[in-house]
Every structure is written in C-alpha cells, then in structure tokens.
Design a protein around this ligand. Structure first.
Ligand SMILES: [Zn+2]
Length: 63
C-alpha cells in the first residue's frame, strides 16, 4: 500500500515538474525590448518607449 502511494507521488511529481518546465520556457520573452526614443508630437518632449506611439505618457492621457 505504502509503496504504491510512493510510486504515485513520484509520478505526479514528475508530471508537475515537466509541465512546469515547458510552461516556464513558453512564457519567457526575449530580455531585449525594442526601446526607442520618440519625440512627442504634442509637447515635443523626448521619451523612451517600447510601444508604437508618437505621444508621451502625459499627452496620451489627455487624448
Ligand atoms: Zn507630450
């Protein structure tokens, strides 16, 4: 009885571990983002962003 439980635990552990590994690698994104310097079309302020925008954070809120 006890031996069967141990085997079951080991099997479940193995499944959880392998699933966790593939999950982790699938979620990971490249460390380098596409950070670029943009001049805000509204206030002319230079700022860095990785988003596709032409306005700074403040002006985007006003829009
Ligand atoms: Zn702006």
């Amino acid at each position: 009885m006890a031996k069967q439980d141990d085997a079951m635990d080991a099997m479940i552990q193995g499944q959880v571990n392998s699933r966790g590994c593939t999950c982790m690698t699938g979620v990971l994104k490249p460390a380098q983002s596409t950070l670029k310097t943009v001049v805000c079309k509204d206030c002319g302020k230079k700022f860095k962003t990785n988003m596709d925008t032409e306005y700074c954070v403040k002006c985007r809120k006003n829009h």
